[in-house]
Design a protein around this ligand. Structure first.
Ligand SMILES: [Zn+2]
Length: 442
């Protein structure tokens, strides 16, 4: 007998039921409810980046609608309708890829088929992928059917570019925006797959794959497949990083640490190392911005915030880094990094731009913000006779946002701060701080 052919992991682990779908709970909940309450809209529109499951979800929905022996709202996957839809052979479910079939002639068969009742199922379903590619003439031809479809017809549109779909179409559809899948959700799915497949992979390796896939489960699974094909069933972080040109989690975190400490030499050495190892510098910039964005979220909402998409190890490091720095400074670093991201699209000398931007970010990390100065000044005013030392804001600034000034004491103006006789004492008490906000313009 022949050896069983290798089934690619994205295909083998493609979700078959609503329960299997990862990271799109908001969409799945509504679709299930629609089936339960038998309130199926005429047309659905799924919008979202590639590889996050739009087509898969369309097929699961089509199966759920036409399954002859569903388990609750889940398609059984075994009846004739389910198996034919899965194999793309169902006479009642037509898929059209509008990326390559976008003309009036391409939608004509759909318009003709609409009038016939389904052969063996409840609904005649049309799934139109990359629907933003349909020509205006093709849309116009479809529009009338879309307005008043026969009771047995349902449309499912999917697209990566929702803003290119005409408003007249969107208004006739129930619209769902699918999300990029969170990194930790991808990591836990990859873990499950590795267990089932007997693949021995480090957690940081799976994290690297998930980072490289940028929210797409299909890409993550096919990268894992490739790595196993090249390296065998032991996957290390280094292998995974190599595929995507990513830097390791620990190097990224220590670069962030160097920025926070104002360690210019450390920054330059790290960039030199990444560049000569052929790392993807644009990705590095995006990931660094994401790291600092996580710091902002952690400082504002605490380490349990759902919007921090990070593994427990990452959160531990983030919490340590967040403790050491004033939120105002982190926020300004984010601004600086966002500006760098923006400029990266145009510059040729990527490395130079990153070096200069990160050095500037490191200066922001060690520059007192006006808020900090105000707090320090206020502290001195409140205790005029005692020469109390102002806490060293560079190392131990409180993580919480500053308490609002009481209403009867309005914040001093810039001129008042400049003329305050205590300003020099305040400045002197902030060792290492570069005061540029107040005295030297920006
Ligand atoms: Zn079925």
């Amino acid at each position: 007998m022949d050896e069983p052919r290798h089934v690619p992991l994205p295909l083998k682990y493609r979700p078959m039921t609503f329960d299997d779908v990862v990271g799109q709970e908001h969409v799945v909940r509504t679709l299930r409810h629609a089936i339960e309450s038998d309130r199926i809209a005429n047309a659905y529109l799924f919008i979202g980046p590639r590889g996050i499951g739009k087509t898969t979800l369309s097929r699961i929905f089509a199966k759920a609608l036409n399954c002859t022996s569903p388990n609750g709202v889940e398609p059984c996957g075994k009846c004739q309708n389910c198996t034919e839809i899965a194999a793309g052979r169902s006479l009642d479910v037509t898929e059209l890829d509008a990326a390559s079939h976008n003309k009036v002639e391409d939608v004509k068969p759909i318009i003709d088929a609409v009038q016939f009742k389904p052969t063996s199922s409840k609904y005649r379903i049309f799934i139109i992928d990359e629907c933003h590619m349909l020509s205006n003439a093709a849309w116009n031809a479809l529009l009338k059917t879309l307005e008043e479809p026969p009771s047995w017809v349902r449309f499912i549109f999917a697209t990566t570019e929702g803003d290119k779909v005409l408003a007249t179409i969107i208004s006739r559809c129930q619209r769902f925006d699918l999300r990029r899948i969170q990194t930790h959700d991808i990591v836990s799915r990859l873990k499950h797959v590795c267990e089932r497949e007997g693949i021995d992979a480090e957690e940081d390796a799976l994290l690297a794959i998930a980072r490289g896939a940028e929210g797409g489960m299909r890409d993550a699974l096919s990268s894992l497949d490739q790595l196993v094909a090249f390296k065998g069933e032991r996957v290390s972080e280094e292998d995974a990083l190599g595929v995507f040109g990513l830097v390791s989690r620990s190097s990224l975190e220590s670069l962030a640490g160097a920025i926070l400490r104002g360690d210019v030499a450390g920054i330059l050495k790290a960039i030199e190392a990444f560049d000569s190892a052929g790392k993807n510098m644009r990705r590095l910039s995006g990931e660094l911005l994401h790291h600092f964005r996580n710091l902002v979220v952690l400082q504002a909402l605490g380490p349990d915030a759902r919007s921090i998409a990070a593994t427990p190890d990452q959160i531990k490091t983030l919490a340590e880094q967040a403790r050491g720095i004033d939120p105002g400074r982190v926020f300004r670093i984010c601004d600086q990094l966002a500006e760098m991201e923006d400029k990266l699209r145009y510059v040729l000398s990527v490395r130079t731009l990153i070096e200069m931007s990160l050095i500037r970010a490191s200066r922001l990390a060690t520059t007192a913000t006006i808020d900090e100065l105000l707090r320090a000044l206020k502290g001195m005013r409140d205790q005029p006779e005692v020469a109390a030392p102002v806490p060293d804001t560079v190392v131990s600034a409180p993580v919480q946002a500053p308490a609002p000034e009481p209403a009867h004491a309005p914040a001093p103006s810039r001129a008042e701060i400049l003329n305050d006789p205590k300003l020099n004492d305040v400045l002197a008490s902030m060792p290492g701080a570069i005061i540029t906000d107040i005295r030297g313009g920006k």
